[in-house]
Design a protein around this ligand. Structure first.
Ligand SMILES: Nc1ncnc2c1ncn2[C@@H]1O[C@H](COP(=O)(O)OP(=O)(O)O)[C@@H](O)[C@H]1O
Ligand SMILES: [Mg+2]
Length: 403
């Protein structure tokens, strides 16, 4: 089943050209058919429905390897949230840079949109004054023609002041019958002190009892690589225990086929059945690979049937394109981790036990234990029963053999 299929095709063309290619290789785009994320989406929908009623809901964390569709799912959620008239802020974390200017700008937008509403003006005005205090305290440079709210967002402690801002904004959101949704993508990239301040501020929002019968209408969804949860547990105190984690899986074979067939069908293009099966298997259900293989197969010909020979060519070109992602992942590893991965790749899949890999490296599993753990934490390999480990990313092993 397809969660949503937003691409609105006004003119259906049977042309199969590079211009009409519906597939979207790379990261951070909206796929032509977002498949297989119904459970996660339904959970988030329910969470927001409850939050709006003042019921407490845990923050959500979407985790998964690169290319599993974390950003795509976040985009889907934010598009939906906008239609629900939620106040929403999408933060994109980076190693450098400060998220607060973006946060303040977006909160101000939502508040200003209600500033003329006579019924609610008090709490909205107050939230804007708290924002003013924050902007002055941190020199954020968000333009606000208001006096400051004294004693709010002016301590100089980021966690406290951010908490003041979020609480005041949520109170204003409640007064207009909506909720505040904050999403943070690539959360593992966020500098430690900032993440810590954000999590502490969010804890305060959860604890607020300005209305004794209800929680503030606030929802947080973060997304990141598999080790993001460790980072959050490490920094966030009890926050790490509260967060509900969704580990995104590879797409199943039927889902993969849907992701390939639906966009083609919308342009009156069909797949050769056997070739489609072969291609779907090769992607391993890894969404970024599904798009890449789909894209290359589309571009390998011009007929209304994506033929077997065309798929054969795509199997080669798409693999080369994915090499850049594999290489990027490899760059993130240490020398020892790379040695471990190569040793693993040198063994048949069924024999990749800690002992056998260590032996290949001329040592003991104990000596390589922390290297193996680090690779598991980072998501590149996963335990596979009986002391064995397996590669997580489809095609990664072939890449190691090639490189
Ligand atoms: N559920 C899905 N079905 C089909 N394609 C998807 C799905 N999720 C993501 N994609 C596609 O896969 C690629 C990688 O997705 P992205 O969200 O950027 O991954 P991540 O953020 O986990 O690294 C994008 O091109 C996106 O369009
Ligand atoms: Mg992403």
């Amino acid at each position: 089943m397809v969660v949503r299929n937003r691409r609105n095709l006004t003119s259906v063309s049977t042309d199969r050209t590079a211009h009409t290619n519906p597939f979207v290789p790379g990261f951070g785009s909206t796929p032509p058919a977002l498949v297989g994320r119904e459970a996660e989406f339904a959970d988030i929908e329910a969470m927001i429905g409850r939050v709006r009623q003042g019921i407490y809901e845990q923050p959500r964390l979407l985790v998964g390897e690169r290319g599993l569709g974390k950003t795509a799912l976040l985009i889907e959620v934010t598009v939906w949230a906008r239609r629900q008239r939620l106040w929403q802020v999408d933060l994109q974390a980076a190693e450098t840079g400060d998220l607060t200017p973006h946060l303040m700008r977006d909160l101000r937008e939502h508040l200003l949109a209600h500033d003329r509403d006579a019924r609610v003006v008090d709490l909205v005005r107050r939230a804007l004054r708290v924002l003013s205090s924050f902007s002055v305290t941190y020199g954020v440079g968000v333009k606000l023609d208001l006096t400051k709210e004294s004693g709010r967002a002016d301590t100089g402690d980021l966690a406290t002041d951010l908490g003041d801002v979020l609480i005041a904004t949520c109170q204003a959101a409640r007064s207009v019958g909506t909720a505040l949704l904050v999403t943070v993508d690539e959360v593992q990239k966020m500098p430690g002190p900032q993440l810590e301040a954000l999590l502490t501020a969010v804890q305060r929002v959860y604890k607020d009892r300005s209305d004794p019968r209800a929680n503030l209408p606030f929802a947080l969804i973060a997304a990141g690589l598999p080790d993001a949860l460790d980072t959050i547990r490490h920094l966030g105190g009890t926050f790490g225990e509260r967060v509900r984690v969704h580990e995104l899986d590879m797409l199943s074979v039927p889902e993969t086929i849907e992701a390939l067939v639906i966009p083609a069908r919308e342009r009156s293009v069909r797949w050769d059945g056997d070739a489609l099966d072969r291609l779907a298997l090769r992607t391993g259900g890894w969404p970024v690979a599904v798009q890449q293989y789909g894209y290359d197969a589309w571009n390998a010909g011009t007929g209304s049937l994506i033929a077997s020979t065309e798929v054969e060519r795509a199997l080669i070109t798409a693999e080369r394109a994915l090499d850049r992602i594999y290489a990027g992942r490899l760059r993130d590893t240490t020398d020892r981790q790379r040695a471990y991965l190569q040793a693993m790749a040198g063994l048949p899949a069924a024999e990749r036990t800690s002992a056998a890999v260590a032996k290949r490296l001329g040592s003991t599993s104990r000596a390589w234990g922390s290297t193996r753990d680090g690779l598991i934490r980072s998501g590149l390999i996963r335990p596979d029963g009986y002391g064995r480990a397996a590669f997580t990313l489809p095609g990664f092993e072939d890449f190691l053999h090639r490189s």
